[in-house]
Design a protein around this ligand. Sequence first.
Ligand code: G
Ligand code: G
Ligand code: MN
Ligand code: NA
Length: 253
Amino acid sequence: LQLEAELRGAIQGAEFEPYYQPKVDLMTGNIVGFEALVRWRHPTRGLLKPNHFIEAIIKHKLSFDLFSQMAIQIAKQLNTWLGMGFCQHVCINAEAAEFSQPNFFDFISKLLAEYRIYPEQLHIEMTESSLMHRHSSVQHQLSKIKNLGVKLALDDFGTGYASLSYLQEYDFDFIKIDKSFISKIISDPTQHAIVKAILDLAKALDMGVVAEGIETEAQYALLKDVGCQYGQGYWFGRPVSAATATQLLEAQH
Ligand code: G
Ligand code: G
Ligand code: MN
Ligand code: NA
């Protein structure tokens, strides 16, 4: 109960902020976008990562409050970057349950209009595990959001119970290969085969692929070699503050 009160206070006090991890086009090495990862600027405990609070946020049904606080800051940042001539996109993490919020669609369309950002600059990623608990209205909400031009990504691909059925049920633009499949891609022929199969599948279904958790140059080279278009990972950069992300964009300009 104490944590719940503290989380509600943190939402009220706007203590959550996005950190930005670069997403790179593996063919050019350029930053094409960022994944926004929430951080809690705690008044006494410093900057906290999601593992300290995200489960509690979901349990206490504060996911949409967190999502909207993140989305507003991200939209402001995209607007600032557009003003500087940068038109990269930002991926925001969402729980599938948030889509059953009746005002979800209105919230997103107002956000795009208010901050004058292009719909395709906003990507929403959902994990397979959150889709497992899906509400029947999620599919309808997702297609409305997609019709605005917002892009959808299936996160942690391959780790859920029904990865392939999600591809059939929902119209994702991107799949993100979970980092557990990338970590041993060099040494383990099975992981290599799985990644190649995912790439073939994505191509057949006309979806983009993002490899997560790229930590070495060898992993980068191999993924590029097998035709994976996008990647994220410590090799390219850790999640950083908005100010540092802006410097990264300026540096490649
Ligand atoms: O850097 P990292 O520790 O930030 O993120 C840990 C996990 O927390 C990731 O798996 C990610 O999916 C989740 N996460 C990060 N930011 C958000 C967010 O804003 N909303 C939700 N629902 N999950 C997030
Ligand atoms: O949303 P998602 O589950 O994909 O969140 C990504 C998580 O993975 C975050 O906690 C992020 O900090 C972390 N991460 C990002 N790049 C790397 C990486 O190269 N290696 C590892 N081990 N973790 C990473
Ligand atoms: Mn993610
Ligand atoms: Na992931």
